[in-house]
Write a protein that binds this ligand. Structure first.
Ligand code: NAG
Ligand code: NAG
Ligand code: NAG
Length: 293
């Protein structure tokens, strides 16, 4: 009886992991193109996450506000349009990404707040307000520049912020977006707070590998720095790194090399709108195909 029960649990667990939802992460709204959610193809069997780009701790001139974030994504992505896309597709979640590279021509950077507790509490309440207004589900972290000297408060402030947002049930999903020059501060964050981090949207296109074989090597390296099952392969439309169908050759090579491709991150829907969302469609098809294997 006991053995039968155990076997039952194992079979259920295996079945559960095989059917586990594949995830799409797509940045949207960063480049000034008046993009909309409803133009993007969304498969009902994919856990589809839009990432609004960006919420920024700065006033409109780029001056830091001690943790008080404001939305700077394209204004066509309204609170009403978030509600509408989630109503139409129950599998859609919407996140806001923090910071990004620049606001206008002002390059943004993490700064060490004088009073980390104050920064965390300002960030918590301003993001809680944005999450409520826009009906959001989560937060992505995309700081791309860090001070060279001094104490790095990034891991502590961001880790505590995500912990608090999740603990207070403000959000349910989080991701982080390191790139090749910023892996160390993100490793520090991840090592201390991996419990509250769901996905690693590592920006593989910054590694500038152009072949499937190169992509496999980059994936091997990055999945040793962060947990294997949380790292998503990524693609930049009209961008850097691997381009065109070679990306799907890379995903196939990852699978045949024993990596389980749990999802795909794409930057961004703004660019996808110029080619009929080819990469969004084909990525979701790939994920569904690999679920059935
Ligand atoms: C930097 O860290 C050291 C050691 O933890 C601490 O004593 C010091 O007060 C910190 N400085 C600032 C400016 O936070
Ligand atoms: C929040 O933290 C408290 C205290 O550690 C814990 O009991 C509770 O389960 C947490 N809630 C969530 C939603 O994580
Ligand atoms: C998915 O599978 C179908 C049927 O085998 C195949 O024609 C298609 O090329 C596959 N698509 C991707 C993106 O792997």
């Amino acid at each position: 009886m006991k053995h039968f029960f155990l076997l039952h649990v194992v079979v259920l667990a295996l079945f559960g992991s095989l059917c586990e939802g594949k995830v799409m992460m797509e940045y949207i709204g960063a480049t000034g193109v008046p993009v909309t959610f409803d133009a993007v193809p969304i498969d009902g069997d994919i856990d589809f996450n839009f990432i609004l780009s960006f919420a920024i701790d700065a006033d409109s001139s780029g001056k830091a506000q001690n943790g008080i974030f404001s939305p700077y994504w394209i204004t066509s992505l309204t609170p009403g349009s978030v509600a509408a896309i989630k109503e139409e597709h129950p599998n859609v979640k919407v996140l806001a990404s923090l910071s990004g590279w620049s606001l206008g021509d002002k390059v943004l950077a993490w700064y060490n707040p004088k009073d980390p507790q104050k920064w965390i509490s300002n960030a918590f309440s301003s993001l809680q307000s944005i999450v409520t207004t826009y009906h959001l589900d989560g937060i992505d972290i995309d700081y791309e520049k860090f001070p060279k000297h001094g104490n790095n408060t990034f891991a502590y402030c961001i880790g505590e912020l995500l912990t608090l947002l999740k603990n207070q049930s403000v959000i349910t999903v989080t991701s982080i977006a390191p790139y090749h020059l910023t892996t160390q501060p993100y490793i520090d964050l991840y090592n201390a707070y991996s419990d509250v981090i769901d996905y690693v949207n590592y920006q593989f296109y910054t590694d500038k590998v152009r072949t499937a074989k190169g992509y496999l090597e980059a994936f091997k390296l990055r999945t040793t720095q962060f947990d294997l099952e949380k790292v998503l392969p990524s693609y930049e439309i009209n961008g850097r790194g691997i381009q065109g169908d070679a990306f799907f050759d890379a995903l196939n090579l990852l699978e045949v090399s024993g990596f389980h491709v749990n999802g795909v991150m794409i930057f961004s829907a703004d660019a996808g709108s110029t080619n009929g969302y080819y990469y969004e469609k084909k990525s979701q098809q790939f994920l569904l195909n690999s679920t059935r294997l």
